[in-house]
Write a protein that binds this ligand. Structure first.
Ligand code: ADP
Ligand code: MG
Length: 728
């Protein structure tokens, strides 16, 4: 009997690339399925259009009758595009997106029917969503949750459904999704940053946070994935020997893209264009069959929605091309994992990127203000920032010598390090006219030239300044960007708020000039944040030691890392910035810690199943063949058979050893699982899964992988690394 792997191989050999014909230019297709500015103009009354624009820009409320007008316009537009259904589209704490479709269709009297969609349906819905994780909130408070329209992210048509981005909250007002706290964090950073901007330009009325994510992923043939229960159930391989050729030649990175993959990418990009996701770059990544897709940056809330949507679109388009898209942070051991760099900055409504040096000393002082405040925010909240990217999948990357370490540090490059050194020496209190001129001309004034040749990039840094933005590189490929973006914008908001208070105090009590006061506060911030700045190799052992001396956290696993989200400091931060209540923060923590446990539990079960029901029986089958062979040799050669069948006899013995080890270790793992399952406290349970159950994974895998390279290739049931990684 042939194995499933055999069928998978046969299928992949017969695959022909599915030709994809682009329909028109990207620029013509861009936003065709989005209810954007243009579509709104065309379909809405002037009054409704104004009201929605005000809601987007200033967060004003939309009246009921205006909502009716908006709904009616949305419906007309959607019907003209062939949509039949609508849905409130939201991001519950499962990490996936959720939708429940309702038809526009409504029967009326006399057996007739109409298409109907009203303001009430647009503004609020009550999905029967009681199965989404809620961390006990809805048990404690109120059973129902509802979704509410987020006008700042435009509605779009996906397939034949009008999707309306919404928040998801409980009836008592607690957030049950990713979007609600994100929107609050964005509003906090807007007001804090706008106040600070007024030191430099009174015309600034709004500051937006910008995000440009870079999505890494693997593509493997769907048939291989089907032949691997671990990929199907966990998104990663829990066993599998590394291939003879891995990524050591670096020949995949930026290499030419195969036809089949290119057709997938082209269809994906075209779909993205219709959905208004401004994807711009695509290339091969370091690992074989690993790729990256990146858009032009956007306002953070929209960028987060677009990334969530993209992950869904990728899977769908992948299926059409018979690819399985692997978004997991570490699908293959020994091969680079996938991340999602989050490029972040702040921009004013006057068109200024606050992390981009300007042309005048004053605009550079503004740049330095935001630059140094961001560094200070990361310094003061490094552990919380680490917690924002904690997940079972990302644990495989962080600190595993190929991705940023679990220690958060900031890389700024040599030139800016020098600028900070000079600023550190600024006199306390009033500055002499000479010092002021000097600072303006020689320190602040020089920044634009310096940055132009600031091309050195440190790939080992988790949080790097890259010329006009910070790049948070430790984010996992599968994660919803909302989590890290909520934390980053919140800590920067808090920092800017404190900065404003301190500068104002110096101006009012010490009678310093505005720029003197700013220099004074920045000087202190530089001194206070020195420990977070690191320019060296983040992967090195020395850095771990050095970071410990500096008092930086190094939380290598999710259960350890997550605690920072419910520390006293974090909760008072969330409350002060009005991002989350204590109840919400604790509920989220509970959900994340339970999710971690469940993921490890599922992986443990899958590994047990593979080892006992796939690998051991295969090993026994092969061993039986060897025994039969040795027996035959004995019949032929009599006593001499021991030297003639030496290899076979050794193999028979080695196979038995591995089988015994797999059996006993699997049993021990199951025992630990049983013990862990009895623990009631969610945190202790996660720790047990992390420290008692998970360590068996590598041990069991070791023996399974040894068997893989020993056993007849034809018998092996699971798709091999070389097949999954090198077939395109
Ligand atoms: P790489 O990091 O691969 O060298 P780039 O530096 O060109 O790539 O940019 C990576 C991402 O950074 C892109 O998605 C881009 O849109 C985004 N980006 C550029 N400027 C900003 C900004 N001001 N705010 C947020 N993201 C930005
Ligand atoms: Mg990058």
């Amino acid at each position: 009997m042939a194995t499933i792997r055999f069928y998978a191989l046969k299928e992949t050999f017969n695959r022909k690339p599915l030709k994809f014909k682009e329909k028109g230019k990207h620029s013509e297709n861009f936003g065709k399925n989005v209810f954007n500015h243009n579509a709104m103009r065309q379909y809405m009354t002037k009054q409704a259009f104004k009201s929605v624009q005000n809601a987007i820009l200033h967060g004003t409320k939309i009246d009921r009758d205006i909502a009716d007008q908006v709904a009616s316009a949305m419906k007309d537009w959607a019907l003209s595009k062939g949509a039949t259904h609508y849905t409130h589209w939201f991001q519950p704490l499962t990490g996936a997106t959720a939708e429940k479709h309702d038809a526009f269709f409504e029967p009326i009297e006399n057996g007739n029917a109409i298409e109907k969609f009203e303001g009430t349906q647009l503004v609020q819905q009550e999905p029967d969503a009681s199965s989404f994780p809620n961390g006990g909130i809805r048990n404690t408070f109120e059973a129902r949750g509802y979704t509410a329209w987020d006008p700042t992210s435009p509605a779009f048509i996906y397939g034949t459904t009008l999707c309306i981005p919404t928040i998801f909250v409980s009836y008592t007002g607690e957030a049950l999704d990713y979007k609600t706290p994100l929107l609050k964090a964005l509003s906090a950073v807007d007001s804090a940053a706008t106040s600070v901007c007024k030191y430099f330009d009174k015309n600034v009325k709004k500051v937006i946070s910008t995000l440009g994510w870079e999505q890494e992923y693997f593509l493997i043939d769907e048939a291989f994935a089907k032949a691997r229960p671990d990929i199907t159930l966990t998104g990663r391989t829990v066993v599998g020997h590394s291939p003879a050729k891995g990524q050591q030649l670096d020949d995949h990175y930026f290499g030419s893209i195969s036809d089949r993959v290119l057709n997938f990418m082209r269809e994906l990009e075209t779909e993205c264009m219709y959905l208004g996701i401004p994807v711009k770059t695509r290339h091969n990544e370091v690992a074989p069959n690993q790729f990256e897709l990146a858009p032009v940056f956007e306002e953070t809330n929209l960028a987060v929605d677009h990334n969530s949507l993209l992950m869904d679109v990728m899977e769908k388009i992948g299926k059409r091309h018979q690819f399985k898209v692997l978004l997991h942070e570490k699908p293959f051991a020994g091969i680079n994992g996938s991340g999602k760099h989050n490029n972040w900055s702040l921009a004013t409504d006057t068109g200024i990127n606050l992390l981009s040096p300007g042309k005048t000393p004053m605009s550079n002082l503004q740049f330095l203000t935001f630059f140094i405040n961001t560094i200070k925010a990361v310094n003061d909240n490094e552990e919380l920032l680490r917690a924002s990217i904690a997940s079972a999948g990302n644990d495989h990357r962080l600190g595993a010598n190929e991705a940023p370490p679990a220690i958060i540090s900031v890389f700024i490059g040599e030139q800016l390090s020098n600028v900070l050194q000079e600023l550190k020496g600024v006199t306390k209190g009033k500055l002499s006219p000479q010092e002021k001129t000097d600072l303006k001309l020689n320190v602040v004034g020089k920044i634009p030239d310096v940055l132009l040749d600031n091309t050195d990039r440190n790939r080992t840094s988790p949080f790097a300044f890259t010329g006009n933005k910070f790049e948070f590189r430790a984010v996992g490929s599968k994660q919803n960007c909302a989590n890290p973006m909520t934390i980053l914008n919140t800590i920067v908001a808090k920092q800017l708020k404190d900065f404003k208070t301190e500068v104002d105090a110096l101006i009012n009590t010490k009678k310093l000039k505005k720029d003197e006061a700013i220099f004074n506060v920045l000087r202190e911030y530089i001194k206070a944040s020195e420990r977070i700045l690191f320019e060296g190799n983040g992967y090195s052992k020395e850095w771990e030691k050095e970071a410990e001396k500096r008092g930086l956290s190094n939380n290598k696993t999710t259960p350890e890392a997550l605690k920072a989200k419910v520390s006293k400091k974090a909760i008072s931060l969330f409350e002060e910035m009005d991002v989350m209540t204590k109840v919400e923060a604790e509920a989220r923590y509970e959900i994340e810690i339970e999710e971690y446990t469940m993921r490890i539990q599922i992986e443990g079960r899958v590994l047990g199943d593979l080892a006992r029901n796939h690998i051991v029986p295969t090993a026994i089958k092969y061993q039986s063949a060897l025994i039969k062979n040795a027996q035959g040799l004995k019949d032929i050669f009599g006593k001499d058979y021991k030297t003639i069948a030496k290899e076979q006899l050794e193999l028979i013995k080695t196979i038995s050893d591995h089988i015994t080890a797999i059996k006993s270790k699997t049993k021990a793992m199951i025992n630990e699982r049983k013990k862990a399952n009895k623990i009631e406290d969610a945190e202790k349970q996660a720790l047990a899964y992390c420290n008692k159950v998970k360590p068996y994974f590598d041990e069991i895998r070791y023996h399974c992988d040894k068997l893989e390279i020993m056993i007849d290739d034809e018998l092996w049931p699971l798709s091999k690394y070389r097949e999954m990684l090198f077939t395109r």
